[in-house]
Design a protein around this ligand. Structure first.
Ligand code: C2E
Ligand code: CA
Ligand code: CA
Ligand code: CA
Length: 278
């Protein structure tokens, strides 16, 4: 197999050595992965820092490659995007997330909401609304338990079309959030036209929060804007207690990050749910 020929070991090496041929090998392997159970989702908790409640989770994609081992999304999502495989990948991910939500509902786990990442190409592909509707229906999942995370870059395309799709998704009662907020190049007024429920403040701002006045001012600004517009705000990449308490003081109590939990298997996530309800 081409992937094997590229050598085993580190995915970064695999990625670095990707020529056009390598890219095609990866693409080929990725198509196979979808139909042969090599993909799985891990779940990272979203918590309310003030009440310590678990408020939901984000589903993150992983690929257990037969010869290369575990591959992180940053090493295959771009290839999937470029080749278009992302559309099939996205269908799988949405369906798997809904299957998991159903399983938690059936187990009486009080249905934590699950957020799924959608890349721009997936979102703008003709049948995203149908895909979401189908996955929800197939597993009997109420839309309000599903959240879709989109990066700002989706809005630099055709904003009217983006807004129209968003409204259709909202009719399914799913919630929408802007991921990695602050890292794109879209203007604030542009973004504010989007019917989204939540802004996720990017990790890069949280990283410097405690030491950098400018990061603090920026984060405070975003929190206040959300407050004023009646939107939810969540900070991602929270790693230290100092960051968490500062965020809380600034008015953002919903957080996600290694401080509260790494992305974990469904089993581990159930234990976390259990621990909260005990
Ligand atoms: P993202 O959506 O911004 O996801 C958050 C990433 O930050 C995850 O990396 C997560 O493991 C990591 N993270 C969470 N908390 C912390 C923290 O406290 N510190 C640090 N340093 N990192 C933290 P991951 O799982 O490697 O995912 C990377 C990116 O790949 C995601 O960024 C997302 O853009 C993309 N991705 C992941 N799953 C999917 C998917 O199913 N579909 C699509 N289209 N993209 C996905
Ligand atoms: Ca995300
Ligand atoms: Ca993010
Ligand atoms: Ca990020």
């Amino acid at each position: 197999r081409q992937a094997k020929a590229l050598g085993h070991g580190l995915m970064s090496a695999y990625n670095r050595s990707l020529g056009r041929l390598g890219q095609r090998a990866l693409e080929h392997d990725l198509r196979a992965a979808i139909s042969t159970d090599q993909l799985f989702l891990v779940y990272q908790p979203k918590v309310d820092f003030d009440t310590r409640a678990l408020v939901g989770c984000e589903a993150l994609l992983r690929w257990q490659h037969p010869s290369l081992g575990l591959i992180a999304p940053c090493d295959f999502i771009p290839v999937a995007e470029e080749s278009g495989v992302i559309v099939q990948l996205g269908r799988w991910t949405l369906d798997e997330a809904c299957r998991q939500i159903r399983q938690w509902l059936d187990a009486g786990k009080d249905g934590p909401g699950v957020a799924v990442n959608l890349s721009p190409r997936q979102f703008l592909h003709g049948d995203i609304v149908e895909t979401v509707r189908t996955s929800l229906a197939a597993h009997g999942v109420p839309g309000n338990l599903l959240e879709l995370e989109l990066t700002e870059s989706v809005a630099v395309c055709d904003v009217d079309r983006v807004i129209a799709i968003m409204h259709e998704l909202k009719r399914l009662h799913v919630s929408l959030s802007i991921d990695d907020f602050g890292t794109g190049f879209s203007s604030l007024s542009y973004l504010m036209r989007l019917p989204v429920d939540t802004l996720k403040i990017d990790r890069s701002f949280i990283c410097d929060l405690v030491t950098d006045q400018r990061a603090q001012a920026l984060v405070k600004g975003v929190i206040d804007i959300c407050d004023g517009l009646g939107m939810n705000v969540i900070a991602e990449g929270v790693e230290t207690a100092a960051q968490a308490s500062l965020l809380s003081v600034l008015g953002c109590s919903t957080m996600q990050g290694y401080l509260f939990g790494r992305p974990m298997s469904p089993d581990q996530f159930e234990d976390a749910l259990q621990a909260v309800s005990d």
